[in-house]
Ligand binder design. Structure first.
Ligand code: HEC
Length: 395
């Protein structure tokens, strides 16, 4: 009797267990049907080895979260859920090379501040989305040992701002506040900052910290007295630093002009950034200067050129282009007749102006003709600033 009872109970327990297993599986199936990422067909299965917790988080950290973050210019792509829900759009944007915004075509010049996906990174993202976006290799949190233990934090992409990347600046200035109205159109505001310098200084680096990342698209800094461009900020590259042994000259009493490119946010924002300058601590052999190429045209081809009177190292390029510019090419025609293309940028995202900072200084011999050519939908002007150093110390 007892024996039978136990048996019966066990059988029914098994039955219940298998029914609930089936039910659970059915629920999962139903879930799958509902949550298959947009645009995927029911035939697709988990066919990718790319995981959110592994490859995708790294790509987001490196290329996306500087903008796709809470209190940033665009919707957050930090957590698994946020990214998964945008899967179809992410796939489309990276294939079309719209995101991240970066126009330089790989293969012409190498830039320290480039923000484009490598072919491999693009393939990872596409494969992840098409493979239904797996999170990890099946790591399940079973709180068996200690039910009170805190849940492990889910893996997510993380932005890293709010501190000086180059360390404490030698000189820190708060910029005047700018008010950006809700939903305002793109705009550029210029302000002049008195540095309060009583003696000449040499600057080896500059860093900017925007007061509100939702509204700042870019910032460019020039010295009012010399007209020299000394550095820039973009959401993905927040500082400008010169190679070892090179510095900009800041005369006593000089001012910095900040040109800040804004975009409107959902609400009105009062923005107040900070500028940090880093002085060279010992006398620096090389001063750095700017070469400006400027041209105006009545046709759709805008062009300017300049011949170098002495050997120089190009450190960075800053094209200033108007709306309608489709492509920009910067090239160096060498005295021996060869031509080197220093930059080729196309499908330029007008919302995200950026300089192009060379990964390694580019030596240009005396007699080289530097030129900039842009193709534009309408006639207009082109301006290119090239930061050059007379020589570079090798380390
Ligand atoms: C420099 C800032 C910036 C970076 C870096 C950036 N985005 Fe964006 N992204 C934006 C903004 C801003 C928008 C919203 C479009 C707009 O309002 O102009 C956007 C829109 C999108 C959209 C939506 C497009 C649509 O159809 O609505 C996707 C998807 C996207 N980004 C994915 C990415 C991914 C993936 C990365 C990294 C690989 C990335 N973005 C890097 C700023 C950025």
């Amino acid at each position: 009797m007892n024996h039978k009872d136990t048996k019966g109970t066990k059988a029914s327990r098994d039955l219940v267990a298998s029914i609930s297993r089936c039910f659970f599986a059915a629920c999962l199936c139903a879930l799958c049907v509902f949550v298959v990422p947009n645009g995927s067909s029911a035939h697709e299965t988990l066919t990718t080895t790319v995981l959110f917790d592994r490859e995708i988080v790294r790509i987001l950290n490196k290329h996306c979260v500087m903008c796709h973050v809470e209190n940033g210019p665009s919707f957050p792509l930090s957590t698994y859920e946020q990214t998964w829900l945008q899967g179809r759009k992410v796939r489309a944007e990276v294939i079309a090379r719209h995101m991240p915004p970066w126009a330089a075509v790989p293969g012409y010049g190498q830039f320290a501040n480039e923000n484009n996906l490598t072919l491999r990174e693009t393939q990872f993202m596409v494969s992840w989305v098409e493979g239904l976006g797996p999170r990890n290799a099946g790591t399940v949190f079973l709180n068996v040992q200690d039910s009170g233990a805190p849940r492990p934090r889910p893996v997510q992409a993380q932005a890293d701002f709010g501190h000086w990347q180059l360390g404490e600046p030698s000189l820190l200035r708060e910029l005047p506040a700018n008010t950006i109205e809700a939903q305002a159109a793109n705009d550029i505001k210029r302000t002049v900052i008195d540095l309060g310098l009583t003696a000449e200084r040499r600057v080896r680096a500059l860093e900017y910290m925007p007061g509100d990342r939702r509204v700042v698209r870019a910032a460019f800094f020039t010295v009012q007295e010399t007209g020299q461009w000394i550095g820039s900020w973009t959401p993905w590259y927040g500082f400008s630093s010169l190679p070892e042994g090179a510095a900009y000259r800041l005369p006593a009493g000089s001012h910095v002009v900040a040109e800040i490119h804004y975009r409107g946010a959902k609400e009105r924002v009062v923005e107040r950034g900070r500028l940090g300058l880093f002085f060279a601590d010992k006398p620096v052999p090389n001063t750095v200067s700017s070469l400006v190429l400027e041209g105006k045209s009545d046709s759709q081809k805008l062009r300017a050129e300049s011949r170098l009177a002495a050997d120089a190292y190009a450190l960075a390029l800053r094209p200033e282009i108007g709306a309608g510019v489709k492509s920009v090419e910067v090239s160096a025609r060498k005295p021996d007749g060869g031509t080197e293309i220093l930059l080729f940028a196309k499908d330029i995202p007008v919302d995200w102006p950026t300089p192009y900072v060379f990964k390694a200084p580019v030596l240009l011999r005396r007699g080289t003709v530097l030129s900039v050519t842009a193709y534009s939908a309408q006639p207009g002007r082109i301006r290119l600033t090239v930061t050059t150093a007379s020589s570079i110390s090798n380390h």
